[in-house]
Ligand binder design. Structure first.
Ligand SMILES: NC(=O)c1ccc[n+]([C@@H]2O[C@H](COP(=O)([O-])OP(=O)(O)OC[C@H]3O[C@@H](n4cnc5c(N)ncnc54)[C@H](OP(=O)(O)O)[C@@H]3O)[C@@H](O)[C@H]2O)c1
Length: 265
């Protein structure tokens, strides 16, 4: 019951997709600060390599970059080949890499549909499928491996912007989480999802010219999400404390989804 063992992730090995910036970087930092060796992936190699070096030095913990495009099966296979050569087991897989696309209903393009679905949904399924053996190697009834899928409150609420494929993809992530959880719990791999609200990043920033003040004013908690908010939730899910939580989608949004009032008129 000691808090240090209840929430410990020390000595574990994690993969965080899209770990080069934004929410993925926040999660990676939380792991590294608490003794987890982390593999991060993204497409742009120089930024990824630089980020891994910066975080390794900051937290005095191994952060290893694997550049790849996870939106195709070929990219996932390339990633798996590299990781399998380096590790014989993985404790935590955080499926975080994601993309958004906004376009009006009338002109919404096939490209904007496929790009988002390929990365946000297809890659989560196939990367988890391909990583199942590595996750199984280190899982037991007492100490299961974990998969955390990053969804979005846009998959729970109707989004403010015209992001048709994005909101559909995130609903799919939440449901896929339950479906994969029901399969993999039998192998001591626990699958859960987190649905973030607004977090400062390259995805949210351009929609508000990187000025989050209006978003903060509207948020029930009067602020955007911080690294501690998302890292703390991930660490809870990966620790002993989260070992009885399965198939959930947990919001991290300052209360947007659960406290929104509805106009009954
Ligand atoms: N920020 C928010 O307010 C918010 C809210 C709800 C949900 N989310 C979700 O949180 C996750 C992270 O978003 P973020 O806001 O941190 O976005 P971000 O700053 O744009 O970061 C996205 C990350 O994914 C990587 N990535 C993009 N395409 C990839 C591909 N094809 N293969 C591999 N990696 C790829 C990016 O690196 P490269 O560009 O180099 O590939 C980057 O590391 C996403 O799933 C997003 O939907 C974010």
């Amino acid at each position: 019951m000691d808090i240090n063992s209840l929430f410990s992730v020390d000595g574990k090995v994690a993969v965080v997709t899209g770990g080069s910036r934004g929410i993925g970087e926040m999660i990676t930092a939380g792991f590294l600060a608490n003794g987890v060796k982390v593999y991060i992936s993204a497409r742009k190699a120089p930024a990824l390599i630089e980020k891994a070096k910066e975080l390794s030095e900051k937290y005095d913990q191994e952060c290893i970059p694997i550049p790849c495009d996870l939106s195709s099966i070929d990219g996932i296979k390339d990633f798996m080949k590299i990781i399998s050569e380096k590790e014989d087991g993985i404790d935590f897989l955080v499926n975080n890499a994601g993309a958004a696309w906004g376009e009006s209903f009338e002109t919404f393009s096939e490209q904007g549909w496929d790009k988002v679905m390929d990365l946000n949904v297809k890659s989560i399924f196939f990367l988890t499928q391909q990583m199942r053996d590595l996750l199984s190697k280190r899982s037991s009834l007492e100490d299961p491996s974990r998969v955390i899928n990053i969804g979005s409150i846009d998959g729970l609420n109707v989004p403010a912007l015209e992001t048709y494929s994005y909101s559909a993809s995130k609903s799919a992530v939440h449901h896929l989480t339950r479906v994969m959880a029901s399969k993999l719990v039998k192998e001591n791999i626990l699958v859960n999802a987190i649905a973030p609200g607004p977090y400062p990043s390259n995805m949210l920033g351009p929609a508000v010219n990187y000025d989050y003040s209006e978003i903060e004013k509207r948020n029930p908690r009067k602020r955007v999400g911080s690294p501690e908010d998302i890292a703390g939730l991930v660490i809870f899910l990966c620790s002993r404390a989260g070992a009885y939580t399965v198939g959930e989608t947990i919001t991290s949004d300052g209360g947007i989804v659960k406290t929104a009032s509805h106009n009954l008129g």
